[in-house]
Ligand binder design. Structure first.
Ligand SMILES: [Zn+2]
Length: 122
């Protein structure tokens, strides 16, 4: 089954919007590591301020929240980018496990799905 072009365009729009909003979220909760280009959780907005013990506690709490959050956001960001690359290569909508086409309803629910419903692990 080939995905109709109009559905591809609709899904592409959703993936691009998802990618952009994830990049904004990543920028507000983390920073890019210069050496690897990967995101890491960070506490934003405390730099240059006096080291008030309350600020330090807030900062630690923020980091504890942001590190796993950024990890999750980055995973979704990678999924969206990979899906867009597959569209460019003409292999979008193919299960990574069995090479069978992914159900269109599944793609519409989750445009960055990597697997068919049988191989869904999340
Ligand atoms: Zn499969």
């Amino acid at each position: 089954m080939k995905i109709p072009q109009e559905d591809i365009e609709e899904l592409r729009g959703e993936l691009e919007a998802e990618r952009d909003s994830l990049e904004e979220e990543l920028a507000s909760h983390g920073r890019v590591q210069n050496d690897t280009g990967e995101w890491e959780g960070a506490s934003i907005g405390f730099e240059g301020e006096e080291a008030d013990p309350n600020d330090v506690a807030d900062q630690i709490e923020e980091l504890a929240t942001n590190i796993p959050l950024v990890k999750e956001l980055e995973g979704r960001h990678t999924d969206a980018i990979d899906a867009l690359e597959k569209m460019d290569e003409g292999v979008y909508g193919i299960c990574e496990e069995c090479d069978e086409p992914i159900d269109l309803d599944r793609l519409k629910a989750n445009p960055s799905a990597r697997t068919c419903i049988k191989h869904a692990d999340r």
